[in-house]
Design a protein around this ligand. Structure first.
Ligand SMILES: Cc1cc2nc3c(=O)[nH]c(=O)nc-3n(C[C@H](O)[C@H](O)[C@H](O)COP(=O)(O)OP(=O)(O)OC[C@H]3O[C@@H](n4cnc5c(N)ncnc54)[C@H](O)[C@@H]3O)c2cc1C
Length: 419
């Protein structure tokens, strides 16, 4: 065990947010040592392709990497592929599972989370997979091709994207969702219905209000799944997409405040001096409502990496960006920006051929969110402008928002409201 290395900037979690934060520390002028510790065998990578282009073969493993290994080396970022076992906030040091001790000047926790598993008999069988890591995706990919069958458990983003990728490859797909609609409450019911219709059109056997109850191996290979409606399915593989659990155990054991995630202020400072948290694992105050929130999105990982890096270097930045995420399914894209739940009213802009944007306005008529669905190629420009309006908290006339003849760009120019 060695404690001889001088204190450095230590980042625990070498995923998207941790990798970007290390990069940002250099960009913002930090010339001292940076230790980036992650328990996966890979250098930091982006997760969105794992349920999309990596499964369909349109992207390679190396194309998913956040940066080239050379760029990390050039930046002098020391990557340790080990689990962090403990944090001592008094002594300002972390202990790796291999016994190595890293003293820190400032510590950033970007530990993300782990995929939730089913709690039913047979959930541990090798045919039952989850999808969170690159290795998960590499295990799943060879199971998706014509002639194979797949049961997707969960009608959230990851389950739906896996279903779309599997259909693209000719796999027979059944998707079960315990609720009576898809996508929880993250999008309006009408949009969820359109997503449902598209998957049915694409040949997915979509079953709502149904849960798996038991899984057992079939003698001839694959598994037999008993569902809550009494039906039985025989499939080659099962993918469970029922959300993720934030990785907070390390922080909790170190005495940091933890609620739905590691509790941080608007500058991503945790409850103990010298410790920050960012990305999927951080619970931070919403810039709009002040209410605690967690965001499991690519954009949040990107933006919080920069805010945390600035503040580790003594800055005083806060997270101000409106939340945003996208999901690609077939040739369609879904986008949500801002906080639709804060809206008192909504208005739909029909872009034709089923593509549309729903805007959400607060009591003052100010835009607080939007959700959009449509052909990625056809409607991307409108989606981008809609996002810009939400980011600027524009106060717009609902009739103008609804009227496709009124250019969104003109609304952006006319009526920005100070945030
Ligand atoms: C399949 C998939 C598809 C997605 N698609 C989209 C999309 O289309 N659009 C979108 O906006 N978002 C998408 N996301 C979400 C987005 O990828 C995440 O929000 C983002 O990866 C979060 O980054 P993070 O660094 O906070 O966490 P992660 O990327 O999860 O990184 C956390 C890292 O910390 C490591 N770690 C945890 N505990 C320890 C420990 N004790 N010691 C060492 N290391 C540890 C983990 O192994 C992991 O590598 C997707 C996510 C997944 C899984």
């Amino acid at each position: 065990m060695s404690t001889s290395s001088p204190p450095s900037m230590v980042i625990v979690g070498a995923g998207h947010c941790g990798g970007r934060a290390a990069q940002a520390l250099r960009e913002f002028g930090w010339t001292g040592a940076i230790d980036l510790v992650g328990m996966e065998r890979h250098a930091p990578y982006e997760r969105p392709p794992l349920s999309k282009e990596l499964l369909t073969g349109q992207k390679t493993t190396s194309a998913c990497l956040l940066r080239s290994s050379q760029a990390m080396i050039d930046d002098g970022i020391r990557l340790h592929t080990h689990r962090v076992a403990a944090i001592d906030t008094q002594g300002r040091r972390v202990t790796l599972a291999n016994g190595r001790v890293l003293p820190y000047l400032q510590l950033l926790l970007t530990t993300g989370g782990a995929a939730r598993c089913l709690d039913i008999p047979g959930a541990e069988l090798p045919e039952v997979l989850t999808l969170r890591t690159l290795d998960d995706a590499l295990s799943l990919a060879p199971r998706l091709n014509a002639g194979r069958s797949l049961l997707v458990v969960g009608g959230g983003f990851i389950g739906l994207e896996v279903a779309a990728s599997a259909r693209h490859l000719g796999t027979r797909v059944t998707l079960v969702e315990g609720a009576v609609r898809l996508l929880g409450r993250t999008v309006p019911a009408d949009l969820a219905d359109r997503v449902l219709a598209l998957h049915r059109e694409q040949g997915v056997d979509m079953r709502l209000g149904v849960l798996p109850e038991q899984i057992e191996p079939c003698a001839q290979g694959g598994v037999r799944v008993r569902l809550s409606d009494g039906s039985v399915l025989e499939v080659d593989s099962v993918v469970v997409g029922i959300g993720m659990a934030p990785a907070v155990d390390l922080a909790r054991a170190a005495g940091l405040a933890v609620a739905q995630g590691i509790v941080v202020d608007a500058g991503l400072r945790a409850s103990v001096p010298g410790v920050f948290a960012a990305g999927d694992v951080a619970e931070f105050p919403s810039p709009l409502s002040g209410q605690p929130m967690r965001q499991e999105t690519w954009f949040n990982a990107e933006t919080q990496a920069r805010v945390s890096a600035r503040n580790m270097l003594g800055g005083n930045e806060t997270c101000q960006q409106a939340p945003w995420f996208w999901s690609d399914q077939y040739d369609h894209q879904l986008q949500v920006c801002g906080e639709p739940a804060l809206g008192c009213s909504s208005v739909c802009r029909d872009l034709g051929e089923g593509d549309h944007i729903v805007f959400y306005l607060d009591g003052q008529g100010q835009l607080v969110g939007m959700s959009a669905w449509g052909r990625a190629q056809r409607s991307a420009k409108e989606f981008k402008l809609a996002r810009l309006l939400v980011e600027r908290h524009v106060r717009a006339d609902p009739q103008a928002l609804a009227d496709p003849a009124v250019k969104l760009k003109s609304l952006s120019a006319q009526s920005p409201v100070a945030a």
